[in-house]
Design a protein around this ligand. Structure first.
Ligand code: ZN
Length: 149
């Protein structure tokens, strides 16, 4: 059985809830059949899919779903902070179910995007000259590079 709140399920990489296992409401968002399907797709394969990827995967189980509906679902899920939108320059947005603070690293050779967490105990203030009293409400750090040989 999936555990909730959503932060808990998103951190548990072993279980991916089936669409019907989501509650009827999450973070104030009514979970329609389509939204459940889209969220389930994103949680199933944590490879940071694009909207088109999500559409292709959702269609397998829900042949009637349209790309426009997928976009609407993604927008609703992002605005209710159930998934994160990941942006790399000049590329389509991708979607990530990991709600913990983390950065994204794109391997330039394969295009694969990996979650990268902060070292234990390190805070943004430790390496950024933030003006006094700054409160960060949104974190988005995207890195590109390659793995050492
Ligand atoms: Zn991520």
């Amino acid at each position: 059985m999936a555990r909730f709140p959503p932060l808990m399920i998103s951190l548990d990489h072993r279980t991916s809830p089936k669409p019907e296992e989501f509650p009827s409401e999450l973070e104030g968002l009514r979970m329609t059949k389509q939204r459940r399907e889209v969220l389930s797709v994103i949680m199933n394969d944590r490879d940071h899919p694009t909207a088109n990827d999500v559409f292709a995967r959702a269609k397998d189980r829900m042949p009637t779903i349209s790309l426009a509906t997928v976009y609407n679902c993604l927008e609703a899920l992002v605005s209710h902070r159930l998934v994160k939108q990941v942006n790399f320059e000049r590329e389509s947005s991708r979607y990530c179910p990991n709600l913990a603070d983390h950065c994204h690293f794109q391997d330039e050779n394969s295009g694969t995007i990996h979650d990268v967490v902060f070292k234990k105990g390190v805070k943004l203030e430790d390496f950024l000259e933030l003006p006094q009293g700054t409160e960060i409400s949104h974190l988005e750090i995207s890195l590109k590079g390659s793995f050492g040989k």
